[in-house]
Structure formats: structure tokens, C-alpha cells
Write a protein that binds this ligand. Structure first.
Ligand SMILES: NC(=O)CC[C@H](N)C(=O)O
Length: 310
């Protein structure tokens, strides 16, 4: 077991990084996200023994955005098995921005390179079982409730609608996937599921608990129940290493070296075996779409506490 970080250290790290809160830009291509305050910063660590420490605006909710891709992948694997999922979506990093359409056009037939870029994540959302979009989103929410033991986690309907109305690029990706039989059923319904999954609201404490569940090999920390089979939890963490930070995953692996996934709301979740989950919120993003403060904070903690898995 690694040395525990104290809440005092966490608070001072966050305060030292406050100077970077206005570097970068809050996402505005989803109009509702532009309302976020770049100075709302928060961090939480959930240890595997159940201890939880935090600093900053712990109560502040933000939407999962691309962080939901890891959770949806776990559920799609449980629903369909590995062979089916990876029959439709690849396992290789793309090195392209998360919303890139380029590879779909390049490959015949289109096959998303991995489940962490939008094309792959849209295909994964399409695989979640349920007869209606609401049922599928409901199953994903129940899955998150089981992971966290927290029934209060819900979809932020304002953000979901805002994204649904402006998701022209994601619609284009879905039409490519539909053309080549990667998704089945309706484009609009799949987009409905995807935009709602991206709009699930969490705070850092809840998110760090999700990170801890992956670190705990898929077992709920309190009940000990295996929510995600160990092998699937491992697949998810491997994707976090190779593709979790979009086209900055290589430099993140070198600088931080912890499986992690970010989202355009400014959230980042990191999951470290034999340690726990770390969640950071800082809405200002760098040019790759990753939280500026989130990345810096994880780098500081990783260096100071020797957290890299490599
Ligand atoms: N990188 C992200 O967090 C992207 C998620 C966002 N909902 C989108 O599809 O554009």
C-alpha cells in the first residue's frame, strides 16, 4: 500500500494550482457547459479502505461527459461480452482528437478505433441493453448507483438537451456507423442515450468512489459485491492508460502514469490499484480538451507520492 496523502496536503496542492484556473478555456461547443465557473476547483481521494479526503468545492456537481465512456463500456461488456463489443469497436489508440471523423472515412467498412473516442463510445452506447432510450439510460444510472451506493446521482437534463440540440458532429459519426452496420436501430435514439450518459451529474467525492471501484478490481468498497467482473475492470483501466486523455494519453502516461479518464466538463477520474480513486474538477481545458488544473494536480501528486504504475 502506498503512503496516504493527507487532506492538508491536498488542500495546499489545490491552492498552489489555483493560479492556473484561468489558463485554457471552458468548453462552449455544448452551450450549457459554458456556464461553468473556471474557478470552481475540487479534488477528492477515495482510498480502498473507505477513507475519503477532499479539498475545494466538494459539493459542486459537474457532468461526466467522456468519463462516462469507461462506465458505459463496462456495462456494454457485461451486457454483450468481450467478443461482441470488440467485434465492432477496436482496441487501438487513435492519436486523433476525440470527435474526429477522419478514421471512419479512411477505414472500409468504418470501425471505430477504440471505445474512448466519440465514434467508439457512440457504438458502445448503442450496445447497452434496453427496449427504449430511457430504459438504457436508467440501466446505466442504476449501474452507477450500485458502484457508488448513492441513489441521488441523476442526469442533468439541461446539459443533456443542450448537447442533443447541438450534437451535429456526433450525429454525423452515428450516420457513418449506421451505414456500415456498426450501430443498429435509430441514430436519434442512440444520440439520446449518449447525450444523457454524458450528462450524468456527479461531484468529486462520488467520482473518486467510482475510480476506487475500478481500482478495487470492480468490487464495491462497502458491500464487497463484484459490480464489474475483474477482467472487464482491467480492460477499462487499460483503455484509460492508452486512450483516456484523448491524444494527450502518451504524455499523460509519462508525466503521471495512472490510468485516468477526462471529460470536457473539466472532470478527471484516476484509478490506482492498491491505492484508490482520485477525482479532480477544474473546468478550464487545454487545447486537447483536458482539465488544466486536473492534469497539473495529478502530476504533482504522482511525482510527490511516486504513484506512477510504470
Ligand atoms: N471529450 C468529451 O468529454 C466529449 C463528450 C461530449 N459529450 C461529446 O460527445 O462531445
Amino acid at each position: 500500500m502506498k503512503e496516504k496523502i493527507t487532506s492538508r496536503v491536498l488542500e495546499s496542492c489545490l491552492e498552489n494550482l489555483r493560479q492556473y484556473a484561468l489558463d485554457g478555456k471552458v468548453a462552449d461547443y455544448i452551450p450549457a457547459l459554458s456556464k461553468q465557473n473556471p474557478e470552481d476547483l475540487a479534488v477528492s481521494i477515495y482510498y480502498l479502505d473507505g477513507d475519503c479526503i477532499h479539498a475545494g468545492k466538494v459539493e459542486k456537481c459537474f457532468t461526466l461527459q467522456s468519463i462516462s465512456k469507461v462506465i458505459a463500456l463496462a456495462l456494454a461488456l457485461i451486457d454483450n461480452g468481450e467478443e461482441f463489443v470488440f467485434g465492432k469497436v477496436g482496441m487501438e489508440p487513435s492519436g486523433d482528437p476525440f470527435h474526429s471523423i477522419y478514421r471512419l472515412e479512411q477505414n472500409e467498412p468504418s470501425r471505430p478505433l477504440n471505445p474512448m473516442i466519440n465514434a467508439g463510445a457512440l457504438a458502445v452506447s448503442n450496445m447497452i441493453k434496453g427496449s427504449t432510450p430511457d430504459e438504457r439510460v436508467g440501466r446505466l444510472l442504476s449501474f452507477i448507483h450500485e458502484m457508488t451506493g448513492d441513489q441521488s446521482i441523476e442526469v442533468n437534463q439541461e446539459v443533456a438537451l443542450s448537447e442533443f440540440k447541438s450534437a451535429f458532429l456526433n450525429r454525423s459519426l452515428l450516420y457513418y456507423l449506421k451505414q456500415d452496420g456498426v450501430i443498429i436501430g435509430s441514430v436519434e435514439e442512440t444520440l439520446d442515450v449518449y447525450t444523457k450518459q454524458c450528462s450524468i451529474d456527479v461531484n468529486v467525492q462520488q467520482l473518486s468512489k467510482i475510480g476506487a471501484l475500478f481500482a478495487n478490481e470492480g468490487k464495491n468498497l462497502q458491500s464487497g459485491r463484484q459490480i464489474i467482473p475483474k477482467h472487464f475492470a482491467r480492460i477499462c483501466k487499460t483503455f484509460m492508460v492508452t486512450c483516456g486523455m484523448y491524444d494527450a494519453s502518451g504524455s499523460f502516461a509519462i508525466k503521471v502514469g495512472i490510468p485516468a479518464k477526462s471529460g470536457v466538463s473539466g472532470g478527471v477520474v484516476a484509478s490506482l490499484n492498491s491505492f484508490g480513486g482520485i477525482a479532480v474538477y477544474g473546468p478550464s481545458l487545454d487545447e486537447k480538451g483536458n482539465s488544466v488544473v486536473g492534469l497539473k494536480l495529478l502530476e504533482v501528486l504522482s511525482n510527490r507520492y511516486d504513484l506512477s504504475i510504470f
